[in-house]
Design a protein around this ligand. Structure first.
Ligand code: ADP
Ligand code: MG
Length: 482
């Protein structure tokens, strides 16, 4: 496969994602992590870095890191180390962030997904545990800023990729897949507006075959739409700079959704600037292999495992299986409809087609779909047994969607959508059509296929659209050739 080029440049992207772990309390203290509390009501002495306090590791955060590692086929380090990342910022009372540096708990792994119909695999470097900082509040104050330390000490898993992605579209697809994984396994609520899942996009460009270009890092992208816009702007900007004879300086940039532009915030620090060193307050994190085995045994079926099962058990194409396992709720909906109807491929077509289209248009989660999985099972069952045509099924679907009925068969009858499968009745119609259209019959016998289609059309019309088109075609053909 040849890489997609933009003005002769190849795009290179690597992602760092902060997933907020869904623990009830913080990573090194007992303070709650719930979002939206009044400022500074959820920060305890540890989070405030009062002298004499010590961090205590939250086992639930480690467990979630292990779950993530298993979900992406990574190695779980038997021993990993917490380090102090030193920097000064008002929302960081300790003057350092506890993170993992040289030896993270999750190492390697990869994320697989489809970009359109093309299968992609992005390698992960690592995923490490760390604490979040507090928040500076500028909006509510004139001439001053406030500090809210509720978020200080919230557990984060930072997930870092290799620079494997080659377009903004691929990077967004990666981010969506990662989001799917962390929410599917339940280690993160995935709420992007509340900052539970934030991505930093490292972007560079180069001429094909050249070494990696200098990257700029777009910070804190918290919507897939902004992610795409920010990377596209950044790519065009970098190419423009190089084409104008300037070189790219490594920098951290912010995306402004109002202008659609990225803007340099600071020149990028090097790891050396942070004076990382092992945190003497925390012993090495030891994860016994028995614990990893236990976590593996307790984990629900993973999306890619379920996708493989949908292919094996229901004969679905891989593309369908991957699309249907976008979320746990969608997968469950599909499987319920497929099981109840015995029509897996039809059910899959409908879930990926009409159901998804209507859900997206209304911004509704499939778990709240007015057309339930059992409705859909009934509906595809009626298509499969020739009671209704595919077109009629759309009308039934619409009626169920707007609550015009709750039972598929009742809606079919109320709307008179039952397909005519009665050979005798269809034969009568066909004989009438043949008698009424001698010209078309003659043309067909002279070898004109179009004339045949016209006769099928007439017969469909005479049946008020309810004739089974396959049956009509067969009956007409045999009548005309006898
Ligand atoms: P740092 O330690 O400065 O954060 P890393 O080497 O950890 O830098 O890389 C951070 C992220 O940047 C990773 O996701 C990596 O894949 C990505 N990256 C590194 N070099 C490039 C590059 N030249 N272009 C795009 N992304 C890159
Ligand atoms: Mg980094």
């Amino acid at each position: 496969m040849t890489a997609k080029l933009i003005q002769g440049y190849e795009v290179v992207i690597g992602f760092e994602t902060h997933a907020q772990l869904s623990t009830v309390s913080k990573i090194f203290s007992r303070a709650p992590t719930a979002f939206g509390a009044e400022a500074n009501t959820q920060a305890c002495a540890v989070d405030l870095a009062l002298p004499g306090t010590l961090p205590v590791m939250n086992k639930g955060a480690v467990q979630r890191a292990i779950e993530f590692g298993l979900a992406v086929n990574a190695t779980i380090a038997p021993v990993s180390i917490f380090a102090r990342k030193n920097y000064f910022y008002p929302d960081l009372p300790k003057g350092y962030q506890i993170s993992q540096f040289e030896i993270p708990v999750v190492q390697g792994g990869c994320v697989e997904f489809f970009l359109g119909e093309e299968k992609k695999s992005v390698r992960l470097v690592r995923a490490h545990l760390e604490e979040d900082a507090g928040k500076s509040l500028h909006e509510d104050f004139v001439g001053q800023s406030g500090i809210d330390l509720n978020r200080a000490g919230t557990p984060l898993l930072e997930i870092v990729t290799e620079p494997d992605m080659r377009s903004s579209e691929e990077a967004v697809a990666y981010a969506k897949e990662l989001h799917k994984i962390v929410t599917w396994i339940g280690i993160c609520d995935g709420n992007m507006q509340e900052g539970s899942f934030r991505c930093d996009a490292n972007v560079s460009v180069r001429k094909p075959g050249e070494p990696l270009g200098t990257r700029r890092e777009i910070k804190n992208l918290n919507s897939f739409k902004f992610m795409q816009q920010a990377m596209d702007y950044e790519i065009r900007w970098q190419i423009g700079e190089i084409e104008d004879g300037r070189s790219i300086q490594q920098a951290t940039v912010l995306f402004d959704p109002d202008t659609g532009e990225t803007r340099a915030m600071r020149t990028k620090e090097d790891a050396a600037d942070y004076r990382y060193f092992p945190d003497p307050d925390l012993p090495p994190l030891v994860v016994a292999s028995e614990w990893v085995d236990q976590v593996r045994a307790d984990m629900a079926e993973l999306p890619r495992v379920m996708a493989a099962r949908l292919v094996a058990d229901y004969g679905l194409p891989e593309y369908d299986a991957t699309t249907l396992t976008q979320s746990k709720t969608m997968a469950a909906y599909f499987e319920a409809a497929a099981k109840a109807s015995g029509q897996a491929k039809l059910a899959s077509n409908w879930v990926m087609g009409e159901v998804s289209r209507r859900l997206n248009a209304g911004d509704i989660d499939i778990s709240a779909s007015p057309v339930t999985a059992s409705h859909l099972a009934q509906l595809v069952g009626r298509i499969a047994d020739n009671t209704i045509s595919n077109n009629a099924a759309k009308q039934v679907f619409d009626a169920l969607w707007i609550g015009e009925g709750t039972d598929v068969d009742a809606v079919i009858d109320a709307k008179g959508l039952r397909q005519m499968n009665d050979t005798g009745a269809l034969q009568t119609i066909i004989d009438q059509v043949i008698a009424a259209n001698p010209d078309n019959v003659a043309q067909f016998k002279a070898g004109k296929d179009k004339a045949f289609n016209a006769l099928v059309g007439q017969a469909m019309k005479a049946s008020k659209g309810k004739g089974n088109p396959t049956q009509i075609t067969e009956l007409l053909r045999s009548r005309l050739s006898s």
